[in-house]
Design a protein around this ligand. Structure first.
Ligand SMILES: O=C(CO)COP(=O)(O)O
Length: 250
């Protein structure tokens, strides 16, 4: 980690986890103390577990977040969940605009922006995800795509407290493939430039996470890249030993 920004290691459990996963979360809480304050830790379980995890985590060294929210605070939206509900449960952050939601649910940049604003409405941090597909990378459009997503997905008024940006190349998610350190560096430098231009005095401090096949074996190398301020971890965040090993690599 080359920057003075405190790293964040965030786990996105996606649609994984049952009541029986509680022990794994307990193990994360138990092991977090050994990290000597190297990084902030956040686990975003499925919505069904946010309340129980947040209750258990109170006062501990692992915070709890959600994976999505509806833009509205309440209303006739069957099956949807409001940011207010996650704040009520004790969540501190909400992931918005993950590529799986953009693909599975047709989420646009404009909707992602509204969801980030919903998180802010209740004082939560929005973790806004961006990233290019394989085809877009091969066509040399990575920075264009990331620039467009940032412009459309980030609300005005971002601060280092209310915003985290996660760069997740779609082709690296769940595939075991990762970009080279140089490629990660190029994209993160670009994101930093966009943030510092737009959010004067804050953009230089906003955490930019890398996500996509982060594992204990590659975490240290990725975390050492300039402007990489942590990781958004999918599969490897389901096991306490892997998740803690990734955090130890900061
Ligand atoms: O999508 C991700 C985190 O949001 C990354 O998932 P994997 O770590 O499983 O590749």
């Amino acid at each position: 980690m080359t920057d003075a920004i405190r790293p964040l290691i965030a786990g996105n459990w996606k649609m994984n986890g049952l009541k029986s996963s509680f022990g794994e979360f307990e193990a994360m809480l138990a092991g977090a103390g050994d990290l000597a304050g190297k990084a902030d830790l956040l686990v975003c379980p499925p919505a069904t577990l946010v309340g129980a995890f947040a209750d258990r985590a109170r006062g501990g060294k692992v915070a709890v977040g959600a994976q999505d929210c509806h833009p509205k605070p309440s209303g006739a939206h069957t099956g949807d969940l409001a940011a207010e509900m996650f704040a009520d449960l004790g969540a501190v952050a909400i992931i918005v605009g993950h590529s799986e939601r953009r693909a599975d649910h047709g989420e646009t940049d404009a909707l992602v922006r509204q969801k980030a604003e919903a998180a802010w409405r209740v004082g939560l941090t929005a973790i806004v995800c961006i990233g290019e597909t394989r085809e877009q990378r091969d066509a040399g459009k990575t920075l264009d795509i990331c620039g467009t997503q940032l412009k459309g997905s980030l609300p005005d008024g971002a601060t280092s407290a209310n915003l985290v940006v996660a760069y997740e190349p779609v082709w690296a998610i769940g595939t075991g493939l990762t970009p080279t350190a140089k490629d990660v560096e190029d994209v993160h430098r670009f994101i930093r430039g966009v943030l510092t231009d737009r959010f004067k005095g804050e953009g230089e401090k906003v955490r930019i996470l890398y996500g996509g096949s982060v594992k204990p074996s590659n975490a240290a190398e990725l975390m050492a890249v300039a402007n990489v301020n942590g990781a958004l971890v999918g599969g490897a965040s389901l096991k306490a030993s892997d998740f803690l090993a990734i955090a130890a690599g900061c």
